[in-house]
Design a binder for this molecule. Sequence first.
Ligand SMILES: C[S@@+](CC[C@H](N)C(=O)[O-])C[C@H]1O[C@@H](n2cnc3c(N)ncnc32)[C@H](O)[C@@H]1O
Length: 289
Amino acid sequence: MRNEQLFSKGGFYQFIVQSNAILHKEAAQAGHEAIARFLKTTNKKHIALLDLACGGMPISICRMVESFKDVSFDYTGIDINPDQVQAAQNEFTYPPNFNSVDIIEGNAWVLSNLIEQNKHYDVIFTGMNLHHGTAEEICCLLLQVKSLLSSDGIFINHDLYRPQGKDYIKRPSTNPDNELESFAMISPELIGSYKTPNFSIPAITANQSHSDWRNEFLDTYVKVLAERGGDQAGIQATADHVRQRDFSLNTNEMKQVCEKAGLGVTIYPYRTSLEPLKDYYALIVAQKS
Ligand SMILES: C[S@@+](CC[C@H](N)C(=O)[O-])C[C@H]1O[C@@H](n2cnc3c(N)ncnc32)[C@H](O)[C@@H]1O
């Protein structure tokens, strides 16, 4: 459960998105293509869209769908941060083909309320969120996503993925700077109730600096943000956030997690991008198998 200043009103994340340092434009383009393929296979003209950890400015998902003029979208976003909920509900301008917008304040990793209401969505998106979860938590989230997807629906994820061949870093159970803050995204009870498999990915402990993939990642990230005019305090807060909270899988591991959750998956790396961080990000598209 987090309410970090970085992602709050006036926080530095807005600059990160606008500078395209973490490839929101590429995500919008690849996601647009995925949704175009989906729309070709379905006759639906009204699409229910769910955005998990939407933030205050759900730019990528809006760019993915805004050009489908003959399709309307009912958009539901979930975010844990009240001021991001307020921004997404009252300040952000949605495309004209959005029929409705409903932003829910809550935990986007625990979807029991929507499942109990028997809700179904044609497109479920999450951007820059999964890299905080363990393989088991991501799998449990996907099992919940699976029960919320319409029969032909698609799940789309734009996220930070660790390069192949680099050691997986085990996420500490609590924040090293505040032992009272658990890093768990989902309770062990909910994970157990979904009979979520164990993945047992061989891991190293954070801050074994010689093999921490985030060192190289951060060197480039910090450089890119500085070159694009980011302020020093924001850059430092971003680097601290990565070191403290980012424990990405690689895309092969993510594929296994999706498959164990019963989702067939295609991975779209941003190969043609000219962005310096392109090798650290990918778009994942999954569907019930
Ligand atoms: C990096 S931003 C991503 C925003 C947007 N989805 C994007 O692609 O840029 C992460 C967002 O996740 C929210 N968040 C963090 N933990 C959450 C949780 N457990 N449930 C819902 N939202 C969460 C934060 O408040 C923040 O708005």
